[in-house]
Structure formats: structure tokens, C-alpha cells
Design a protein around this ligand. Structure first.
Ligand SMILES: Cc1cc2nc3c(=O)[nH]c(=O)nc-3n(C[C@H](O)[C@H](O)[C@H](O)COP(=O)(O)OP(=O)(O)OC[C@H]3O[C@@H](n4cnc5c(N)ncnc54)[C@H](O)[C@@H]3O)c2cc1C
Length: 453
């Protein structure tokens, strides 16, 4: 069996390693346009911050290790055309500028996603970065070590992780966000709390320009960025810019070949990670996801999901039968001492999906009040008014916000109602939670609110 894998970070590397174990005799070739494979992109902000000095700490498995197991790795080789009828891919070798065709019996598309660049005048300048690959991380760290001020465009997960990195490196930071509050993936009321808490933790070491669009960069005669202009006419100087304005899936060559693209703009797959071509699989950030709560289509590109999907694709192309049921969009991010976590639908998304969401938000101690490291945690819990079905939750605090959200994920997976969830028997001891955990407290309040309405 000849298996070709395109892309080799999370989904592609996982698919290659798992296929190797399942099909010891198969010929496996992995092509990537990247200079590295099998690395933790998620660790890049911590490399930039200087938590470790050697970027190679981020590498999970080297090309040599893959080759020793009989997986041939082709770095800097980009898939530019797919010929599904002939079962061939046209590969461009970026180093030698030549193209060649490779045959496959089974193909895995794991080409991930790339950063979105918003329309900004004079955007192509030195010291204007995006963060996706190892080289990006190296270049950003290098520049940050020689800068006084950084601008971050976009305040999603990556923007906030970089904010922490730059502040820890001693830079002044301006965070520009198009939405009225930072981290707009959360509901507005929670984003507002996050913004207030971060500003109070950071003690003026950064400023937020919300409801602002960057429209133009200024530069010097060396083509280096020197300043930023926003839509309201505000101008300020900066030494470097990182654009963190979201990502989009790398699907163009697949779409041109007739691989079906879903309503979200990512490659449509079934639960076996199969595309509309039975011998072509797609997994990771290039593939569409199913929301577990209501089976709607979504695109939430995360490394946790990419790994699971790569494994499922490998099992199925190897003749097995494994389903990937979908995602809840569970995520967690830290910025300085603040943890922000969420799962399921936000209230605004639940409304858009046709639910009648009802929510409660509680702010409580995260452990018993006499413990020396007690902190506040704010928790928002959302359910459907008609059925009582739990729909999602968001948590923010200096304590274990993600612990509460991870407890909720099980309830969403099991499609529990709020009333059912209040019966949950979760742990208690003074260093870990109050006698009634804020999550159960929120669930009780939500249950009563639903009963009254
Ligand atoms: C800074 C940062 C922090 C993150 N933090 C988290 C986190 O904390 N938690 C979390 O769950 N997720 C996190 N993510 C997201 C996570 O890294 C991605 O979801 C994950 O890497 C997706 O894996 P993938 O293999 O699908 O795609 P990618 O990682 O995008 O890899 C795809 C690879 O395919 C290559 N490629 C693209 N097109 C072609 C082509 N035509 N031919 C050949 N090769 C091609 C790309 O160059 C790339 O090397 C983070 C991402 C970044 C950038």
C-alpha cells in the first residue's frame, strides 16, 4: 500500500506515526512545504517568552526518527495540484524549484491553516510578523529581545499568549482589537471581565485599543515598520507588529481538484475523516468539524483536535473502523496570572443556533476563603430554556478556571440537563475548592432560574 500524507505538524505527523504502527509494510511518504515536522506550535509563545532557550525543545519527533521507522519525509515540498482520477499529487520542491508527480493509493490531507492578513496599507514590511511556524517564533523572539514596544493585532488566544510573552520580556505593548472587548470568542460580558482583570494585573504595562481597525503601517528607509495608524486616525510608534487576526484553512489545491468543501470553508469530512473521495482523508485544521451539542458544522482549529483526527484518519485508511464524533470547542488560555477557558456554545452562538439560551454568571472564591492563595473565579453557565440542556460555559480567574470547564465538557458530551448536572459528585478539600464548587453553585442557580421562567 502506498500512502501519501500532505502536511506534517500535528495531524499529519500523528497520521504518519499511527499508520506506520498499523501497517508495518506500507510505503509512507510525507510531503510538507515547512522546514520542520512534528512540532508544538502551541509552545511557540513560551519559546518567545524565554521559558526555554532552544527552539528544538518544541520538536516532538525529528525527520530522522520518522525515517528510521520507514516514513519518508520530504521537507519544503508543497502539494500544488491534486489529480484524484489518476491518484496522483503534483509536488513542487521549493528548494530546487522543480515539480514532480507522486502516486498514492490512500492520501491524507493535513495541510492545516495559515494566518489571515487583514487589508492594511504598507503591510509588507520588516518586523511585521505572523506566528505559525518555527521560523516565525525564532524571528519574533529575536526582534522582541531588541525592541521596546510591540503591537499585537488581534486579541484571540495567540494574541493574548504573545501579550504575556512581550510583557515578561519587558516590552510595552499595544493590543489592537476590532471588537468592543478583547478575546471576542467569549460572550461580551465575560470578555469585559477579562479585559478589566488583565488591565488591573498588568499595571499599565499594555494598552488596549478596542473597536479599532489597523489601516496602515509607517516605515523607515530600510523598509522596517516604525508606526501604526488606526481607522479612527490614531497613530503611534512601534518597533514590531505581530498580526494575530485569525487563520484560514489551506484547502485551495484540494478544492480545485473537486474535494468537497463544507459550509465553513474547510474540507468536508465524515466521521471517518473521509472526504467525498473514498481514498482521500482530511484531518486537522484543514478539515471541517461537527459540534457535538447539535451536530452542526463548525470550524474550530485546535491542536487537541488535529491530533485526534490524525489518529482516526490513520486507523480508517489502514482498514479499521474508528469514528471521530466532533468537538465542543473546549479551549484554555493563560495570560499572566489569568486563566480563561470555555466549552460548548457561548450565549450569542447558542442563540444563532436556534436555542433559547438562559445563563447565570457567578463570581466566587475558587477555594475555601481561609486558604492563603484564594482567588476569585467568574463562571458563566448556559442552558436551553425549553429543554434544560446544558449548552456551554466560560470561566475566568487566577485559579483553576479550566478545571471547572473540563468538568463541564463531560456533561456536554453526555448531553446532560442542568438538573441532571446538579447531582454531580465532584471533589472538595480546602486547597482545591469551596465546599460547594462555583460550578455546582452556578448549576443550581441556573436550574432555579429555568424553573421560574
Ligand atoms: C502560536 C500558536 C499557539 C497555539 N496554541 C494552541 C493551544 O494552546 N491549544 C491548541 O489546541 N491549539 C493551539 N494552537 C493551534 C494548533 O497549533 C493547530 O491547531 C495545529 O497545529 C493544527 O495542526 P495541523 O497539523 O492540522 O495543521 P498545521 O499545524 O497548520 O500544519 C500543517 C502543515 O502543512 C503544511 N502545508 C500547508 N500547505 C501545504 C501544501 N500544499 N503542501 C505541503 N504542505 C503544506 C504547513 O506548512 C504546515 O507545516 C496554536 C497555534 C499557534 C500558531
Amino acid at each position: 500500500m502506498k500512502i501519501v500524507i500532505l502536511g506534517g505538524v500535528a495531524a499529519g505527523a500523528k497520521a504518519a506515526a499511527k499508520t506506520r504502527r498499523l501497517l508495518p509494510d506500507a510505503i509512507i511518504d510525507l510531503y510538507t512545504d515547512d522546514t520542520h515536522i512534528s512540532y508544538s506550535a502551541c509552545g511557540l509563545p513560551y519559546y518567545i517568552q524565554g521559558n526555554f532557550q532552544d527552539y528544538r525543545t518544541l520538536l516532538v519527533r525529528s525527520p530522522e526518527e520518522f525515517e528510521a521507522q520507514g516514513v519518508k519525509i520530504h521537507l519544503q515540498c508543497r502539494a500544488i495540484k491534486l489529480l484524484p482520477d489518476c491518484k496522483q499529487v503534483l509536488i513542487q520542491d521549493l528548494r530546487e524549484n522543480r515539480a514532480f508527480l507522486v502516486d498514492y493509493e490512500q492520501l491524507v490531507i493535513a495541510t492545516g491553516a495559515r494566518p489571515v492578513i487583514p487589508p492594511i496599507n504598507n503591510v509588507k514590511l520588516k518586523n511585521v510578523f505572523t506566528l505559525r511556524h518555527i521560523e516565525d517564533g525564532i524571528a519574533i523572539r529575536e526582534k522582541a529581545l531588541n525592541s521596546k514596544h510591540a503591537t499585537i493585532i488581534g486579541s484571540g488566544y495567540i494574541g493574548l499568549e504573545l501579550l504575556e510573552a512581550f510583557i515578561e520580556l519587558g516590552l510595552k505593548v499595544t493590543l489592537v482589537e476590532f471588537a468592543p472587548h478583547i478575546i471576542p470568542i467569549f460572550d461580551d460580558d465575560i470578555s469585559k471581565i477579562i479585559q478589566e482583570q488583565l488591565l488591573s494585573i498588568c499595571d499599565n504595562r499594555f494598552e488596549i485599543l478596542s473597536s479599532e481597525l489597523v489601516t496602515e503601517f509607517f516605515s523607515n528607509e530600510n523598509g522596517e515598520v516604525t508606526g501604526v495608524k488606526t481607522g479612527t486616525g490614531r497613530e503611534f510608534n512601534t518597533d514590531m507588529v505581530v498580526i494575530c487576526a485569525g487563520v484560514k484553512p489551506n484547502i485551495e489545491f484540494a478544492r480545485e481538484a473537486g474535494v468537497a468543501i463544507g459550509e465553513t470553508g474547510a474540507i468536508k469530512v465524515n466521521k471517518h475523516m473521509r472526504t467525498n473521495f473514498p481514498d482521500i482523508f482530511a484531518c486537522g485544521d484543514c478539515a471541517e468539524k461537527t459540534m457535538i451539542i447539535n451536530d452542526s458544522k463548525t470550524w474550530i482549529p485546535l491542536g487537541s483536535t488535529a491530533n485526534k483526527e490524525g489518529r482516526v484518519a490513520a486507523i480508517n485508511l489502514s482498514g479499521g473502523d474508528e469514528a471521530f464524533n466532533g468537538v465542543l470547542g473546549s479551549a484554555v488560555v493563560r495570560c499572566l496570572s489569568l486563566t480563561m477557558s470555555m466549552t460548548g456554545f457561548t450565549e450569542k452562538k447558542a442563540k444563532a443556533e436556534g436555542f433559547q439560551p438562559v445563563s447565570v454568571t457567578v463570581t466566587k472564591n475558587d477555594k475555601v476563603g481561609y486558604m492563603p492563595d484564594v482567588n476569585n473565579i467568574t463562571l458563566k453557565l448556559i442552558a436551553d430554556r425549553t429543554t434544560g440542556l446544558l449548552l456551554g460555559g466560560q470561566a475566568v480567574g487566577c485559579g483553576d478556571a479550566d478545571k471547572r470547564i473540563n468538568t463541564l465538557t463531560g456533561a456536554l458530551l453526555g448531553r446532560l440537563t442542568v438538573a441532571e448536572f446538579t447531582k454531580n459528585d465532584i471533589t472538595y478539600a480546602p486547597p482545591f475548592s469551596p465546599t460547594i464548587d462555583p460550578l455546582l453553585n452556578a448549576a443550581q442557580l441556573l436550574r432555579e432560574k429555568i424553573k421560574k421562567e
